[in-house]
Ligand binder design. Structure first.
Ligand code: AMP
Length: 113
């Protein structure tokens, strides 16, 4: 089933894309929760963390590598940032195409709500 993020990958709907390679796409969250709020997604449509298989291990690593590159490019690698992946209802997942939130540019609270 195609999701809104699948449509962004196919350029059927617009997004503010900040990074792309053969496996991964990253774009600004439409409703940012911090001065820097980027979503990093695999081009492969994996619905949730529960659907990740061992053969996806390298792909998941590439998401984290993309995140650290973007954080450096945006100048928050030293001040700090947070990576978040929500899974299903209790975590508040709303888009069922795996994504990693990169949040930074302000002091982030812990624990999250
Ligand atoms: P989650 O709640 O973890 O599933 O996160 C989904 C995120 O996608 C939310 O932070 C939304 O603001 C964001 N989002 C939804 N639609 C779009 C869109 N068209 N472009 C960019 N971000 C979006």
């Amino acid at each position: 089933m195609d999701t809104i993020f699948g449509k962004i990958i196919k350029r059927e709907i617009p997004a503010d894309i900040v990074y792309e390679d053969s496996d991964v796409l990253a774009f600004r969250d439409i409703d940012p929760k911090a001065p820097i709020h980027i979503l990093i997604i695999p081009k492969k449509p994996i619905p949730t963390i529960n659907d990740i298989e061992i053969e996806d291990a390298e792909l998941i690593g590439k998401i984290v590598i993309a995140a650290k590159k973007i954080a450096k490019e945006m100048g928050i690698d030293q001040s700090g940032y947070r990576l978040v992946m929500n899974c299903n209802k209790d975590a508040g997942q709303t888009v069922f195409h795996l994504h990693c939130h990169l949040l930074g540019g302000r002091q982030l609270l812990w624990p999250p709500g």
